[in-house]
Design a protein around this ligand. Structure first.
Ligand code: KG4
Ligand code: ZN
Length: 321
């Protein structure tokens, strides 16, 4: 079964063709980083306009590269995300579904981030899912593909958002995550003793807004950017490790599946390998950041399980698990 996936929840316009939920035949991503860089973050109105401009060429390119002349299903990220951006992907997907007389399936973008790590590898359940992206930070217990129990989430900033905001304070370009990781390599994390927050009575929840403020205060006095970047990164990453370990102990899960842009951080991958005995599954190259292969891949399984979505499917800006 050939599935065409469309992703436009935020600032990437992406289209992919995936066979049977596993084999990626094409995976085209048009990033808008150039557009939003000068503002230090995503400007929703500009994001929408760019989606309009590049949506059809991106779809065309994904189809051409896949070598597939006819797809069997159209999958689209239905949310969460920016409403205008979601609407554009949704309309493109519905247009194709109607024109080609093929079924439509709406896919949860956060769930798809986790699926990215399961695409090329067979995972045995139950497992923990850890979503660490620019918009979300959550730990779920996965009992089977499509069945999730939310056991922890951020009460304020997402971890990627904290990376981006800390980077802004350090005058680094957007998106800040990769910039901080690079700068931190030459820094001493012990210079600024920073800590991520704990939520009273909810040990598996996250809080990153205080950590960001800690960076701001530290930046008021003399500092070396590489030391502050290293201190921030260490505090943010160790918090993910601490809470994942706790969740593993509480649920008895020994396997962890990661998803979202921050899972691209190689320091985090190294820390998990050296500081825990958990079996970790990371997204393969090209599938950490927003992409449509994960949408097409998960769309296949969701369609087999639930059947098609109605053609009047609406975008959902704030769905969780
Ligand atoms: O998953 P994603 O593409 O978009 C959302 O769904 O939010 O994640 C983007 C986020 C940005 O905040 C970016 O700074 C962060 O992922 N990111 C990183 C790294 N690469 C991307 N954060 C830390 N280290 C990285 N290497
Ligand atoms: Zn994402």
């Amino acid at each position: 079964m050939y599935v065409l996936g469309i992703e436009s929840t935020c600032d990437e316009t992406a289209c992919a063709v995936v066979q049977d939920g596993k084999k990626i035949l094409s995976n085209v991503v048009s990033s808008q980083i150039d557009l939003h860089k000068e503002y230090g973050g995503v400007v929703p109105e500009l994001a929408c306009r760019r989606h309009v401009d590049v949506m059809l060429p991106v779809i065309q390119e994904a189809l051409t590269l896949s070598g597939v002349s006819q797809v069997d299903l159209i999958a689209v990220a239905k949310g969460p995300g920016l409403i205008g951006a979601l609407l554009l992907g949704m309309h493109a997907a519905k247009g194709l579904a109607m024109a080609w007389n093929k079924p439509l399936i709406g896919v949860n973008h956060i769930e798809a981030h986790l699926y990215a790590s399961m695409m090329e590898q067979d995972i045995s359940f139950p497992a923990l899912g850890v979503v660490i992206s620019g918009g979300h930070t959550a730990i779920v217990k996965i009992t089977s593909l499509g069945s999730y129990e939310l056991i922890g989430q951020t009460v304020d900033d997402a971890i990627g958002e904290a990376f981006d905001k800390a980077a802004k304070i350090l005058h680094l370009p957007y998106p800040g995550g990769p910039e901080i990781e690079l700068l931190a390599k030459n820094g001493d994390a012990s210079i600024h003793p920073l800590k991520a927050g704990n939520v009273k009575g909810r040990p598996l929840d996250f809080s990153f807004s205080g950590l960001k403020t800690g960076v701001l205060y530290a930046s008021k006095n003399y500092f070396k950017p590489e030391d502050l970047a290293a201190s921030f990164q260490q505090a943010a990453l160790m918090d993910i490790i601490k809470k994942t370990k706790l969740a593993a102990a509480e649920t008895g899960c020994k396997t962890v599946v990661f998803g979202g842009g921050v899972s691209n951080n190689q320091t985090l991958r190294h820390l998990f390998a050296t500081k825990t005995s958990l079996q970790c599954f990371w997204p393969p190259t090209g599938l950490s950041l927003d992409n449509a292969a994960m949408i097409a891949g998960l769309g296949y399984h969701t369609f087999l399980k639930e059947g098609p979505s109605p053609i009047d499917l609406e975008p959902m800006t704030s769905i969780s698990f």
